[in-house]
Design a protein around this ligand. Structure first.
Ligand code: SF4
Ligand code: SF4
Length: 152
């Protein structure tokens, strides 16, 4: 399970503290929120099931699943995304209520190497490539030695 501290999809709170791109590359990106179909169990947007995603912002795509409006076909911009892609200030307007796929998408792989989807989407926006997770050198399977067998 990815750690929220590792900046999952568009880790930009609506009222978060200002931070530089060095601290959080999502702060001037947003590419993932305008690329994937963001689909999830309908209960996440149903208060009767304990859901917190605003129901008015989702589209039903099957009897049990919904997706964020705007992302139905893929390559569409999520209705909750605010700001200009690839520019500082882009953010999620429902950050605290965002659905599971947004919370679980991580800019880094488990070994600390950059998520290849992030890299691809960022490069398409002419943004700098992601660097390995800062603490990855402490990981025995860190990105400096990606093919190293797991330590015994
Ligand atoms: S594509 Fe990656 S770097 Fe860009 S906002 Fe999404 S998670 Fe952040
Ligand atoms: S809900 Fe927020 S984090 Fe999720 S795709 Fe939409 S703008 Fe991005």
């Amino acid at each position: 399970m990815p750690n929220d501290a590792y900046f999952p999809i568009l880790a930009v709170p609506r009222t978060g503290e200002p931070a530089g791109d060095d601290a959080n590359p999502c702060l001037s990106c947003g590419a993932c929120c305008a690329h994937f179909r963001v689909s999830f169990y309908f209960g996440e947007a149903d208060p009767l099931h304990g859901g917190v995603v605003p129901p008015a912002l989702v589209t039903a795509i099957s009897p049990s699943r919904v997706c964020m409006q705007g992302t139905e076909q893929g390559s569409g911009r999520c209705v909750a995304l605010r700001g200009t892609l690839g520019q500082p200030g882009i953010h999620c307007d429902i950050y605290e209520q965002r659905p599971t796929p947004c919370r679980e998408f991580d800019m880094w792989e488990a070994d600390g190497s950059p998520n290849p989807d992030c890299q691809r989407l960022r490069l398409a926006l002419n943004l700098p490539a992601l660097l390995p997770r800062p603490d990855a050198e402490n990981d025995p399977q860190g990105p400096a030695t990606p093919n190293q067998p797991r330590a015994a």
